[in-house]
Design a protein around this ligand. Structure first.
Ligand code: ADP
Ligand code: MG
Length: 253
């Protein structure tokens, strides 16, 4: 089943066109890695897919449900607030800089949306939160505050928070680039474990060997378009387009 479908997405900021015409499909259980130089539109693509940014044109469909369709004038038309609220439950986004609530404890960061948005009982939310903290090896940090944690621990809290909502699709925007190199591995391991559980994920990353290992499909973006895409071994080890080749030559693979 198609969990996510983006068709002909376009997005400009003023007269700067950032996403030119992007279409992609993510099937259930698939891991899609997005690579590309800084400024190529990767974050904007994720922000449009997660409705943090409004798209100008194109379609956005989760599990067959239209969040955005193309109107008669070619412009993007969003579904009703009620429908969008339901569709928003299909995904979560993990940010580069964690975006934890600094004044909330670890467990409150993980459970707050369950209680306030999903109207779950406190006990039920706590059980889910503790389970996820265990999975992230953070049981002993339940009552800590974000400032008391390493970057890697904070990012694991934010992954637990994203998972608490039981998303169908989990997005990551450069989940390791705010971390010291020695902390990168623990986050990549968590994502590998999620992939082994067949979590559907879209991951923007600069970790090329990780992308090759974990992804089913790799997309190389440059200048707001998909320049090249395909199986990871093909795109990362044997790129055909010269822009992809030039970009990848800067990385160890
Ligand atoms: N809110 C915004 N307003 C104006 N320009 C933006 C905004 N967000 C991103 N941009 C611009 O869009 C381009 C793509 O940015 P971004 O999607 O962050 O790229 P990437 O994540 O690949 O580095 C950049 O030129 C950036 O400056
Ligand atoms: Mg970015």
């Amino acid at each position: 089943m198609k969990y996510l479908e983006i068709r002909n997405l376009r997005k400009s900021f003023g007269n700067l066109t950032v996403i030119k015409d992007i279409s992609l499909t993510v099937e259930e259980g698939q891991v899609v890695a997005i690579i590309g130089p800084s400024g190529s539109g990767k974050s904007t693509l994720l922000r449009c897919a997660t409705m943090l940014e409004t798209m100008d044109a194109g379609e956005l469909i989760y599990l067959g449900e239209y969040a955005v369709r193309t109107g008669p004038d070619g412009k993007a038309v969003y579904a009703s607030p009620k429908d969008l609220k339901r569709i928003q439950r299909y995904y979560s986004l993990v940010f580069q800089d964690f975006n934890l609530f600094p004044h909330f404890s670890v467990i409150k960061n993980v459970t707050d949306a369950l209680i306030t948005i999903q109207k779950m009982s406190k006990e039920e939310a706590l059980a889910i939160g503790r389970d996820l903290l265990r999975k992230m090896s953070l049981s002993d940090k339940e009552n800590a505050y974000p400032y008391q944690l390493s970057g890697g621990q904070q990012q694991r809290v934010s992954i637990a928070r994203a998972l608490a909502l039981s998303p169908k699709v989990l997005f990551f925007d450069e989940p390791t680039s705010a971390l010291d190199p020695e902390l990168t591995g623990e986050i990549l391991k968590v994502i590998r474990d999620l992939a082994a559980e067949r979590m559907t994920m879209v991951i923007v990353t600069h970790e090329m060997s990780f992308a090759r290992d974990v992804a089913d499909h790799v997309i190389f973006m440059d200048g707001g378009v998909i320049v090249e895409e395909g199986p990871p071994e093909a795109v990362i080890n044997n790129p055909q387009n010269e822009r992809t080749q030039a970009f990848l030559s800067r990385f160890e693979r």
